[in-house]
Design a protein around this ligand. Structure first.
Ligand code: S3P
Length: 164
């Protein structure tokens, strides 16, 4: 079985995914990291040099290649479901888990660094709120929905395992 973690930037997909993989004895793949490694380039540089549309193509290619993996936890980038067709690929890969967090929690977590090109705006909170509104419907198509608010990461991992 594979598990695909989806959800907004900063909800902890990578951290939770790694811990979940340890608990289940599965492999772990982070799509953003895989893209950076293949392109030998940071996500911020890909956005700056080639634009978001190019990044989305790389993201879909990386996702398609995961159809064949087994016993793997996959952390996706927060915008992966904005590309039409990607949810169908996610369904082919495995069970999808939406990690939900409040806008306040997200803002608090993403404010810690400048790794996210889409949030380098004058008013990141406003940007987060707008993107969140646009995307929440997409995330809610996942098989399992986990509310991570005020919960530590290991607790979230246990909850996911219980819901599988
Ligand atoms: C994005 C989320 C990022 C990364 C890119 C775009 C998005 O991943 O893929 O900056 O559109 O939400 P995280 O969700 O890991 O921050």
């Amino acid at each position: 079985m594979n598990i695909v973690l989806v959800g907004f930037m900063g909800v902890g997909k990578t951290t939770i995914g790694r811990k979940l993989a340890v608990r289940l004895g599965y492999k772990f793949i982070d799509i953003d990291y895989q893209i950076e490694r293949e392109q030998q380039c940071k996500i911020t540089e890909i956005f700056a040099q080639h634009g978001e549309a190019h990044f989305r193509k790389l993201e879909t290619c990386a996702l398609e290649r995961l159809i064949k993996v087994k016993n793997t936890i996959i952390a996706t980038g927060g915008g992966i479901l904005t590309t039409p067709g990607n949810m169908n690929i996610v369904r082919k890969i495995g069970k999808s888990v939406y990690l939900e967090a409040s806008i306040d929690d997200i803002f608090e977590r993403v404010s810690r660094n400048k790794k996210r090109p889409l949030l380098q705006t004058e008013n990141p909170l406003k940007t987060i709120t707008e993107l969140y509104e646009k995307r929440k419907e997409l995330y809610s198509q996942a098989d399992i929905n986990i509310n991570t608010n005020s919960m530590n990461m290991w607790k979230v991992v246990s909850l996911i395992i219980r819901e599988l």
